[in-house]
Design a protein around this ligand. Sequence first.
Ligand SMILES: Nc1nc(=O)c2c([nH]1)NC[C@@H]1CN(c3ccc(C(=O)N[C@@H](CCC(=O)O)C(=O)O)cc3)C=[N+]21
Length: 296
Amino acid sequence: MSATIIDGKAFAAGVRAQVAEQVARLKEVHGITPGLAVVLVGEDPASEVYVRNKGKQTVEVGMNSFEHKLPAETSEEELLALIDRLNKSPAVHGILVQLPLPGHLNSDLVINSIDPAKDVDGFHISNVGLLGTGQKAMVPCTPLGCLMMLRDHLGSLSGLNAVVVGRSNIVGKPMAQLLLGDSCTVTIAHSRTKDLAAVCRGADILVAAVGRPEMIPGDWVKPGATVIDVGINRIERDGKTKLVGDVDFASAAAVAGAITPVPGGVGPMTIACLLANTLTACCRANGLPEPEGLTA
Ligand SMILES: Nc1nc(=O)c2c([nH]1)NC[C@@H]1CN(c3ccc(C(=O)N[C@@H](CCC(=O)O)C(=O)O)cc3)C=[N+]21
């Protein structure tokens, strides 16, 4: 193995320490405690892992955590009424509605009912539009975390070829916008891309966000490339459950210049950025200067 392992877990701990320091200052100087509300409707295994880690870390950085667990059969009306209350609550600076929602709920409608200023996921159409036009927005947590690690590892991203595999609204598209904002030449590839292997081989920065276990092998990776693996896939191997990414780690690490592991890569950074976004939202809501180094 030759690649540098980008330690997302350690990086995330550093981000959380910065957040904690600024939260302490907000409390001391201004008497304000940032608050994050998380709404979970029904049961989804991925979301539950996330909620568990997140609730703990929110409290650890000194913020208030408000958890709303609703039954799977909750009506749209009830959910919208809760969001309306959270929108109006001065103690709540960030609102996250766990996705995916049960099928009877219209997630676009629900997400767009969140006050854009409290939309710490950055999924509201206003934030999507602001990001796409290079204006100040709430930036989706996973892409923001990836950007922070890329900037830290590479310094300037200017002029590099970036390939994002995956075109989701929550990762692929906003990731491409952020890379473009840092002057990369950006390609968004996906399941219908012709000769995906060749496209990937042109990437100085390869971001894998397709949700298919180990689908990107080492011979698709340009020697020396920086590989960011967003995938978190639970698979059965040798009778055990194992967490793997969208990249075949062993073969990719043999050629890449640097690579994020799964677990311990992008996942912890996603949660750290959620806390950073909540702090940012709180500062903006109170007309205070924004935390430095924690925004795009
Ligand atoms: N509105 C919304 N926003 C989200 O950001 C969102 C969501 N809904 N729904 C569910 C997914 C999933 N997700 C994860 C984040 C971190 C880890 C994470 O920290 N993973 C650890 C491993 C945890 C383990 O050991 O299982 C790691 O990669 O090292 C996992 C999953 C955010 N999501």
